[in-house]
Design a protein around this ligand. Structure first.
Ligand SMILES: *Cc1c(COP(=O)(O)O)cnc(C)c1O
Length: 415
């Protein structure tokens, strides 16, 4: 594979023009961390500016237009995850939403004792489930999974039974990008009467998700990765229509109350998914999510997925060609049908490489302990030549480190 291949792919790219919707300076580092924090679009920047002006002009009167944003933006975001309206809210953080939905699921499944998860899942998911298991006197069963290919469906099938209250899993693994079969796992859990809670943080915006079609019960996710809504933008949650009314939301806040401004003496939950609201919504964050989701809606889930697969396919070929010969290994599934939107490589020197690439302004990728470098080409603004050039730059840094001379800086809290 040479650069002309990447150039040809860019020439045929249906989403090529979307790159112009983002301020991207020429000559800067190649940004392959869109799976951690996406780039701002002009649309998001304008929405934030307009929000500040609205606040200045309307002050408290602004609430008339703001108060329903969690529901309205949720309906829009639902279009990216296969959810019909009235089932998605944009609110709180992914962690808090996971807590609310998992707790509600456990309360609903009062006679079942076990929560099933993945021992290699994202930390916040494991920690929240561990805390809930303790608080509610349930047993958390975290299944061992393969660090590259992920959770084996037969192992999962063997672990789920009539004692299982909840199966809670990431659709795409944050480290390896191993992707689970949404429909197969949902069916497997439902066959045993368990509820399923999906974390879509590494899916939405790159990988298609069909929540309604597979009959998923519950889902959460964040908006600052492939959705590009900005650092700390609010997360989202999905509750299947028909299930919401049966669930009790553990945080009995006034925004989830049936007639909020009656300010009545007792808590009476709102009818549908709205009962999962808590307190005053973060309006600026919501305006950013709204603009971000509209832009991705224009790009279209199918085109985003086709481009994402093209980018990761090229990336895997280039890893084989340029990085495996110098000792790095592919740490993502080789099979595109089992992979999400990023590609990871593993090597004991991954951290010094990653640090040098950032330090020298070449490539922004990220590192996950102990030895994994993640390369996340967001489909809406990454070109095929970016992927090609990034691997060339990585190969150069790896060559410069042949004698192990690159410094190994202290790890900071984030890469
Ligand atoms: C990024 C991510 C989160 C983030 O949770 P926050 O509450 O936004 O910090 C949660 N789960 C997964 C799987 C993630 O990848």
């Amino acid at each position: 594979v040479d650069r002309a291949v990447a150039e040809a792919l860019d020439g045929a790219d249906a989403l090529a023009s979307f790159r112009d919707r983002f301020p991207i300076p020429d000559g800067g580092p190649i940004y392959l961390d869109g799976n951690s924090l996406g780039r701002p679009s002009y649309a998001v920047q304008e929405a934030l500016g307009a929000g500040l002006l609205d606040w200045e002009r309307h002050l408290v009167g602004g609430w008339r237009r703001w108060i329903d944003l969690p529901v309205q933006v949720g309906d829009r975001l639902g279009g990216l995850i296969g959810a019909a309206t009235g089932q998605v809210l944009v609110c709180d953080s992914t962690t808090v939403n996971l807590y609310k939905l998992a707790d509600a699921a456990l309360a609903h499944q009062a006679d079942r004792t076990v929560i099933v998860g993945d021992a290699n899942d994202f930390p916040t998911d494991r920690y929240v489930l561990a805390g809930l298991a303790q608080a509610r006197g349930r047993h958390l069963r975290l299944l061992p999974s393969h660090p590259v290919t992920g959770l084996d469906l037969d192992d999962l099938a063997a672990a789920v039974d009539r004692h299982t209250a909840l199966v809670c899993l990431s659709h795409v693994n944050y480290r390896s990008a191993a992707r689970l079969d949404l429909a197969a796992v949902t069916d497997l859990a439902h066959d045993c009467g368990a509820l399923v809670l999906w974390d879509l943080s590494h899916s939405a915006g790159a990988v298609p998700v069909e929540l309604d079609a597979v009959g998923a019960d519950l889902a959460v996710g964040c908006t600052y990765k492939y959705l590009n809504a900005g650092p700390g933008a609010p997360g989202y949650l999905y509750v299947r229509r028909g299930l919401a009314g049966e669930l009790h939301q553990p945080i009995q806040g006034w925004f989830g109350q049936q007639d909020q401004f009656a300010m009545g003496p007792g808590y009476q939950p709102a009818a549908g998914v709205a009962r999962f609201l808590t307190g005053t919504p973060p309006i600026l964050g919501l305006l950013a999510v709204q603009a971000a989701v509209e832009l991705l809606g224009e790009a279209g889930v199918d085109r985003l997925w086709a481009k994402s697969q093209g980018l990761t396919r090229l990336l895997v070929e280039l890893v084989r060609q340029r990085l495996e010969p110098v000792g790095a290994t592919l740490a993502s599934p080789a099979d595109p049908d089992s992979r999400g939107g990023h590609v990871s490589i593993a090597h004991p020197r991954a951290w010094p490489w990653c640090a040098a690439l950032i330090e020298r302004g070449l490539v922004v990728a990220d590192f996950r302990t102990p030895d994994v470098m993640r390369l996340g080409p967001a489909p809406v603004y990454t070109r095929f030549v970016d992927v090609y050039d990034a691997v060339e730059r990585i190969a150069e840094v790896v060559a410069a480190d042949r004698d192990g001379s690159l410094p190994k800086p202290d790890r900071s809290r984030v890469t």
